[in-house]
Write a protein that binds this ligand. Structure first.
Ligand SMILES: *Cc1c(COP(=O)(O)O)cnc(C)c1O
Length: 457
């Protein structure tokens, strides 16, 4: 209460920022830093643009943490939520069901070949569900010792305690390591690791051989391998050869270990196919989806799994059932938004249209590969990334700030700059993205300011 008086806000926006700093604990943020680098108060969004309270526009180059697939305010998703709102806003999913959740489950089953959908409210809860379901499956099959997991170097699967136990991003994990149980870490297939004369496929094979050694030694205590198909997002958009997924699928079969595909970031078209796993022609035992599933309108996650897993829980005994519940499981409004997203994929033939967009935008973005300080320029589907050499710490913060000045929302991860634009970006907006990023890059590399490396993803 005392503190609040000290701010003495001068105008409406300052007051909103001050109130936010006092009352809202912002995610992935050192709150003290907001003393010198203020929040951006956003009033509205339209298409790829976010508009702040002073009317300044920012092109959302990262689809607001990878969720707004169709930009902001997509009218069809909005309308679907409004229609559902007049019908039923919520009912508990234990003992009850409703049309949107049934339809969504059937459609996700048809799209993935995994016929049973369990719902949560965000990505981390999907990870928790998949881990618990996998271990409980083995327990129900008389293999209670299979309760550990394998995750990849550089992996990110969320930040709840279970999800952190399969996440290898030190800045998110270290402070909580005493809370997190040990699992097995396998090498990353990140194509940037290729030595001279090596291909991405060679790196994939080497990483798969590393995984094979872990499984050979420990498969009797291993429940599942969890991975992000094709692109490890939080690792800095680490892209890899689909061959790795083929190898992992075969190894999981060989050692009777589940394969959990975390499609939370890459699902719904981001890698160029509806799901990343499709590019290796493999079927995982679990697929986790969230982020783009509602196009950024409402929180929703789902874990999809096989008949085989489902049958292991089907019994008269309650304790053999899957015991997990979230209050908002299968919320009808969120399911209606997700159904609208699937309709858009069908109606607009989004995957095919994205292929053409990606080709056009790649021509525009390719210039970054020529920049003297840029290495590992790369692209998978609707993700573009490159690494920037800057001897000083704090590049991510400097670029983030310089980009905002240019009217661009970019959030570099370490020294990796990436674009994950909304699929609806127009070509002239892509040009704006290139021009703004080029300016911001020069400003960030030329700036004198020394900053800490930001803990941002
Ligand atoms: C974002 C993300 C998560 C966690 O999702 P939240 O909704 O932030 O909890 C998990 N896995 C991957 C690959 C992600 O990108």
């Amino acid at each position: 209460m005392q503190e609040r008086k000290l701010e003495s806000p001068t105008n409406h926006n300052d007051s909103l920022l001050a109130r936010s700093r006092h009352a809202v604990w912002h995610p992935c943020t050192q709150m003290k830093r907001l003393e010198t680098f203020p929040l951006v108060p956003i009033e509205r969004g339209e298409g790829v643009w976010l508009v702040d309270c002073d009317g300044k526009r920012y092109l959302d180059g990262v689809s607001s943490w990878w969720v707004n697939l169709f930009g902001h305010g997509e009218p069809r998703i909005k309308q679907a939520i409004k229609t559902q709102l007049d019908q039923l806003e919520h009912v508990m999913l234990a003992g009850f069901t409703h049309r949107p959740v049934v339809e969504l489950s059937e459609r996700l089953a048809a799209l993935t070949g995994l016929g049973h959908a369990f719902y949560g409210s965000d990505g981390a809860s999907a990870t928790e569900i998949a881990l618990k379901m996998s271990a409980h499956y083995h327990k129900n099959n008389g293999k209670a010792d299979k309760h550990r997991f394998v995750y990849l170097a550089g992996s990110y699967h969320g930040e709840t305690i279970g999800a952190l136990s399969v996440t290898d991003v030190p800045v998110f994990r270290s402070a909580y390591s005493s809370l997190v149980r040990d699992n097995f870490i396998a090498p990353s297939p990140d194509a940037r690791l290729a030595g001279p004369g090596e291909t991405a496929r060679d790196v994939a094979d080497a990483a798969a051989n590393g995984l094979a050694a872990i499984l050979a030694a420990h498969h009797e205590e291993i429940s599942a391998v969890i991975l992000e198909p094709l692109v490890q997002g939080a690792a800095g958009m680490a892209m890899y050869d689909p061959h790795y997924l083929t190898r992992v699928r075969a190894l999981c079969d060989q050692y009777q270990v589940h394969l959990i595909a975390d499609e939370i970031a890459v699902g719904f078209g981001r890698t160029g196919t509806l799901f990343g796993c499709e590019q290796a022609g493999i079927k995982p035992d679990f697929i986790c989806v969230s982020k783009g599933i509602t196009g950024g309108f409402l929180p929703l996650a789902a874990v999809l799994t096989t008949d085989e897993v489902y049958r292991a829980f089907y019994d008269d005994d309650v304790t053999r059932g899957f015991l997990h519940s979230h209050s908002y499981t299968g919320n009808p409004l969120a399911c209606a938004a997700a159904l609208a997203v699937l309709d858009i994929f069908e109606h607009d033939d989004v995957i095919a249209a994205n292929r053409e967009r990606a080709a056009r935008w790649s021509k525009r973005f390719a210039g970054f590969a020529q920049h003297a300080r840029v290495s590992h320029y790369r692209n998978t589907g609707m993700i573009w990334a490159f690494d920037v050499e800057d001897p000083r710490p704090g590049f991510a913060q400097r670029l983030y700030r310089a980009a905002l000045e240019q009217g661009l929302l970019l959030r570099p991860i370490g020294n990796t700059v990436y674009f994950m634009p909304p699929y609806v970006m127009k070509d002239d907006e892509a040009d704006w993205l290139v021009a703004g990023t080029t300016q911001a890059l020069e400003a960030a590399l030329g700036g004198q300011e020394e900053l800490d490396d930001a803990a941002i993803a």
